[in-house]
Design a protein around this ligand. Sequence first.
Ligand code: NCD
Length: 311
Amino acid sequence: MNPKRCLIEPGDLTTGEIFHLIGLANDILHRPEAYSDRCKGKLLASLFYEPSTRTKFSFDAAMLRLGGQVIGFSDPNTSSASKGETLADSARVVSCYSDVIVVRHPKEGAAKLIAQNADCPVINAGDGGHQHPTQTLTDLMTIQKHKGRLDNLTVGVCGDLKFGRTIHSLVSCLAQFDNLRFRFISPEELQMPSFVKDVLDRRGIAYEETNQLDQAIGSLDILYMSRVQRERFVSEEEYLRLKDYFILTEEKMALAKQDMIVMHPLPRVNEIQRDVDDDPRAVYFDQVRNGMYVRMALILFLLGLDKEAKA
Ligand code: NCD
């Protein structure tokens, strides 16, 4: 029996495994019927201690489309957490019932703690302002699909780089590919934290920090927009001051390369104007669809069911 595998941060997967998951996700996308009962008899427990629409639905849909079943909660007030149960105990208990656990939690490090105490594979679906590795798999699949490569790219990430966990995971993960350049576009108050910059520094990867989207956009192959993360601000006043700092409009898109793509993990608030949705370079709704397939691939991989040929 293989040792238990978990996905807590992108570094838990090798480059080869990332390509394997993207390849598998594409295969599932093209012939879903070949996978429709691969998880028959398996149970996914989905523990959402923080609100979510797409990530929770995406995991639930992924497991159901593999023929498995789902239990869990999306409101911690309905779980024993409200009685004071520790996360470690919850992990032990839930892993007695299920084959794989998906957890989202407002505290950094919560998913790791659950992984240390559960007997089954654990997937981090977002821990506070820290990491969100399955969104990264979604993003990489989308980049590969629309740009045909994960190397030789100039990537702009724009918005709340301080609290945006999808950005932390994406940038640290992209650092393993060749010839990447980053432009970090944010107000000074929301700059990229040092735990991400350190990864780039160690690998000698160039990045620039700016608060000028108009000046940076023309050099980009990818523009990754993000929401200002209201729930992570201590001061509401500070949030209100920064929330509309960047708004992507068609006028700004006119300054971008013809083959630049615009991504966003969603939900969007004001940071991308609705008219940009009709621009063929806007791929954020395709990104959502890819997310379900790559999560199907990940569930199969962690359960050791990814190589099983269908008779
Ligand atoms: C992101 C998240 O939860 O971190 N959403 C998602 O999972 N697709 C981004 C966000 O909430 O802004």
